[in-house]
Design a protein around this ligand. Structure first.
Ligand SMILES: Cc1cc2nc3c(=O)[nH]c(=O)nc-3n(C[C@H](O)[C@H](O)[C@H](O)COP(=O)(O)O)c2cc1C
Ligand code: SF4
Length: 464
């Protein structure tokens, strides 16, 4: 499976390829023999000779933050497993890659599956899991096959199965194919699906996977990219690895850039080492000819939009500084301080040729389709948001519909079982905060009061 843009191309000089080292690499293939030519499974050999807790300590020292969306520290998550537990522990690799704008995990799976399997095996040894699953979305059939083959090869060589490398540690990894639903990327929805049920997310608390996960047993769920980093952390040690990137934003991460740039694609960079401006202008070759930047959604479609002409105040006390969109370092903390998030690394660039109403409607269509329907504010609200922006795009909305839209979004936000509620309301909230005038200008004043009784909708949204 090839890359969308960078096939056969050298990585950009500002990239630092660690996890993506073998992606698009000439002469590289997915076989175990190839993987072993460059020290493949050496870190697993090292791991099985260590105390499991020492591996978790290295991951903690590294400061590795999850690459799936929330940026939660992986070592800390592993540390949440209950001590003296007598139930089985499971590890799940989240390969659902469902957040729009994100396209990185699939390339690791397609082009370097053993890297993921080695990372998972080390993680399993660290957390005491003898059974692990890779939950992969239905739309990646080649990925599932590639992984099955790699697992078979690793089994034959004794990297998986009974008594891994003579260590007394047993490990089986299974590939589980989902049916292609965004909500199966949410870890508790994923777990329900893996148990063979409809993927209704579970309420946290009490269903934090580390305490009550798969089959109500302690379970660690991590993203593909997160798990790949584990092997590299073990190779150099957590402290050394933490020097990559910037403080509290360590390591490399893969940014997936789509939208209105000359060279969309994936770029692995040290976290925080490039600014938004460098990413767009250097790595992605700049905006399209004659165009100017209108906005960026920096962390997958659920991240809040940043307007091109905003000035962001970040830092505290003496360290307070003002940034334009071009100056923002692409790290977890700065993007959060700018009011958005690094999320899944999906950077969506929007130029001045785009209608904001159209972009928001596109996003709302997705969320209305993907709500699992379990909670009323999300099930009804996501559809109302879509219907209202459908009308805005068609020129059939009245100006007060934008207030209604805002009200619906804010009544979903924080009122639902899972974070999908936030994910679907943040785009609408932020687009209205930043682009209200443009949205209103796409409505029709003559329709005011005719189409929708805003108060009735608001009252209904409050019923939950
Ligand atoms: C609606 C929704 C969809 C998600 N989709 C994904 C996904 O496709 N892949 C992923 O790794 N995490 C996804 N997540 C985050 C997971 O719930 C979970 O936090 C993550 O897999 C943990 O891995 P990490 O700590 O390594 O990032 C999603 C979360 C939500 C709320
Ligand atoms: S917030 Fe939406 S996706 Fe999540 S459980 Fe509720 S209805 Fe389902």
């Amino acid at each position: 499976m090839s890359a969308i843009y960078q096939e056969g191309k050298e990585p950009h000089p500002k990239e630092r390829r660690i996890v993506f080292k073998n992606v698009d690499r000439e002469g590289w293939d997915t076989s175990l023999a190839m993987y072993e030519t460059e020290g493949g499974y050496d870190q697993l050999k090292k791991a099985v000779g260590m105390e499991p807790g020492a591996i978790t300590d290295e991951v903690k020292k590294a400061g590795l933050r999850g690459r799936g969306g929330a940026g939660f520290p992986a070592g800390v998550k592993w540390g949440f497993l209950p001590p003296n537990n007598d139930k089985p522990v499971y590890l799940i690799c989240n390969a659902d890659e469902s957040e729009p704008g994100t396209f990185k995990d699939r390339y690791i799976i397609h082009q370097d599956p053993h890297q993921l399997i080695e990372g998972m095996a080390i993680a399993c040894f660290a957390v005491g899991a003898n059974l692990a699953y890779i939950y992969i979305r239905e739309e990646f059939p080649e990925g599932a096959q590639t992984l099955e083959k790699a697992i078979e090869e690793a089994h034959e060589k004794g990297y998986l199965g009974k008594n891994v490398l003579g260590s007394g540690f047993d490990l089986e990894i299974y590939v589980h194919r989902g049916a292609g639903a965004y909500i199966c990327g949410e870890e508790t929805g994923l777990i329900e699906s893996l148990e063979g049920k409809r993927p209704y997310p579970r309420i946290k608390p009490p269903y934090f996977p580390a305490a009550m996960g798969l089959y109500l047993c302690p379970t660690i769920v991590n993203n593909v990219e997160t798990l790949c980093h584990v092997k590299h952390i073990l190779e150099v040690g957590g402290e050394e690895w933490s020097r990559i990137g910037t403080p509290n934003n360590t390591g490399t991460r893969i940014l997936c850039v789509s939208g209105d740039v000359k060279k969309p694609g994936y770029y692995e960079v040290e976290v925080g080492s490039v600014t938004m401006g460098e990413l767009i202008n250097d790595l992605c070759g700049g905006l399209k000819e004659g165009r100017s930047l209108k906005a960026v959604i920096p962390g997958g479609s659920s991240a809040k939009v940043l307007r091109a002409d905003e000035v962001f105040t970040v830092g505290r006390g003496d360290d307070t500084r003002e940034l334009t969109i071009w100056d923002i370092p692409m790290d977890f903390d700065t993007l959060a301080a700018c009011g958005s998030m690094a999320g899944s690394g999906g950077v969506i660039v929007i130029d001045d040729s785009r209608s904001i109403s159209w972009v928001l409607n596109n996003i709302n269509n997705f969320y209305a389709h993907e709500s699992c329907g379990q909670c009323t504010p999300c099930r009804e609200g996501s559809l109302w948001m879509k219907k209202i922006t459908d009308r805005v795009v068609a020129g059939n909305a009245s100006p007060s519909d934008i207030d209604t839209l805002d009200n619906v979004a804010r009544n979903i936000d924080g009122s639902t079982i899972c974070a999908f509620g936030v994910a679907c309301s943040w785009p609408t909230e932020s687009f209205i905060d930043k682009f209200r005038d443009e949205l209103v200008s796409d409505t029709n004043l003559e329709l005011e009061g005719e189409l929708l009784n805003a108060e009735a909708v608001t009252a209904a949204a409050n019923l939950r």
